[in-house]
Structure formats: structure tokens, C-alpha cells
Design a protein around this ligand. Structure first.
Ligand SMILES: [Mn+2]
Length: 245
């Protein structure tokens, strides 16, 4: 099967629609279908920070209803899930924007959306093994974790990436670069860390090109390993982009 894997959307619905069109999909009854039978996949973090997280989620719900959704949840997905389940979570890092948008729905629609989101999240696998040589995961996966029984360490790694436990002076966590020591033969497509252009390393590629920070929304096409992207419509925030050394 052939896949187009889309990076972190963070509520950038218009850019998502543009990218889906650029990839050659056409909407039929609200569902994006490709004339060559390709499939869309997602590295997660569809919501938070950007202008229309609910519209992005409603599209994903529809795709899930049609059994054509390949979506790996990210840390933002997990946090929204915990919020909807009634856990005490801080409304920060863009979650406050998603929740604000949701609170504008009337009570019946709020409940409907919340219940649908909970079902959406609970049906998602932590990562997708799309073919024998292609894995889609939000923040990363070490070679030795592939196919292993999930434990808390693997779940945290997939959602947050390699955490060093250290922090930059401005409070951002120092991120490890797991891709540098990745030795797997399978491709790993991930996002989570915004970069100015897609970052290829050892059969891995980070396609979070920071759309919500004014970069671009990107996709990578498999098995061709071809990049696609649309320019962001959001204001550019230089300091949000990570530089690998
Ligand atoms: Mn993330």
C-alpha cells in the first residue's frame, strides 16, 4: 500500500485541506480519497494552538468512521483525552484554545464531541506499523522498542520522544536525538519537534515543519520518500524551531 504521512497539524485546518489537495486527494462525502488508492496517515498532535482544532478532529472522526484513519496519537492528543475524561490538567500550551473552542458549542454538542473524542482516542494504536518497512509514530521509537509489548517507558517515548531530564534556561526540556543512533531498516516517520525543514537521519524523518508556528505543513510520500508541503498561514515564530546539532 502507498501512504502519505502528514505532520503535526495543531489546528491548522486550512493548511491541512490545501495539503490534502496538493497530494491529489479529492473529497467524496467529506472523505478524502485518492484516485490511485493511496492512504493518508498522521503523526498526531492534530489539535491545540492553531485556529480550528475542532474542524481537524471532525475530519479525523469521519475518516475513522470509514476505517481509513491511520493516526498515531501525540502528547497533545493524550492531554485532551485526559481533560475530557475529567482529569485535572493545566489549560496551557494551546490546550486552552481547543477547550475554548469546544466550550462555545452548546451543551448537547459539547457532550457529543467529548464522547466522540474519547472513543477516537481509545481506538488509536500507540504507533502504526503501516508496512514491513514503515512505522508512523508521534515523537519517536527506538529500534529495540519496535514490536515490543508496550510499557510506560515506550508509551512516554512515543508521545514525548527522548527526554533527557534537563531543561533549557527558558524552561523548554532538552531533547535527546534518538534518530542519530537509530539502526533499524524500517523507516520511522515522526513529528513533535518543529524544524525548519524535514529532518532525515538513518531511515527516520521528522516532518513537523512547524505549521502552527508559521513554518509549513508537510507530508512524506511512501514508498517514494517524496516530500510535499504547504506554506503556513500563521505568524512566524523563529524561536519555536529546533536546530539539530
Ligand atoms: Mn507533540
Amino acid at each position: 500500500m502507498k501512504y502519505d504521512v502528514i505532520g503535526d497539524i495543531h489546528g491548522c485546518f486550512e493548511e491541512l485541506i490545501d495539503l490534502i489537495a496538493q497530494l491529489g486527494y479529492r473529497f467524496h462525502n467529506g472523505i478524502p480519497l485518492h484516485p490511485d488508492g493511496r492512504h493518508l496517515a498522521f503523526v498526531g498532535d492534530a489539535m491545540d494552538r492553531g485556529p480550528d482544532s475542532l474542524a481537524v478532529l471532525r475530519l479525523l472522526f469521519k475518516m475513522q468512521d470509514e476505517n481509513i484513519l491511520y493516526y498515531s496519537p501525540g502528547n497533545h492528543c493524550n492531554k485532551l483525552y485526559r481533560f475530557f475524561k475529567g482529569n485535572r490538567v493545566e489549560l496551557l500550551h494551546g490546550l486552552e484554545i481547543t477547550v475554548g473552542q469546544w466550550r462555545q458549542l452548546d451543551n448537547a454538542d459539547q457532550k457529543k464531541f467529548r464522547d466522540r473524542y474519547i472513543r477516537f482516542y481509545e481506538e488509536l494504536p500507540l504507533y502504526h506499523q503501516l508496512s514491513h518497512d514503515l512505522i508512523v509514530v508521534h515523537a519517536g521509537l527506538r529500534h529495540d522498542m519496535i514490536g515490543k509489548t508496550l510499557n510506560r517507558h515506550i508509551i512516554t517515548f512515543a508521545l514525548y520522544g527522548e527526554i533527557t531530564g534537563n531543561y533549557h534556561p527558558d524552561g523548554r526540556p532538552v531533547r535527546g536525538n534518538w534518530a542519530r543512533s537509530y539502526k533499524g531498516k524500517q523507516w520511522i516517520v515522526y513529528g513533535h519537534t518543529p524544524v525548519k525543514k524535514a529532518y532525515f537521519k538513518n531511515n527516520t524523518v521528522n516532518i513537523d515543519t512547524g505549521c502552527v508556528f508559521g513554518g509549513a505543513l508537510s507530508a512524506v510520500r511512501f514508498p517514494e520518500v517524496q516530500l510535499f508541503s504547504v506554506e503556513s498561514k500563521q505568524p512566524y515564530q523563529e524561536d519555536r524551531f529546533h536546530q539539530y546539532d
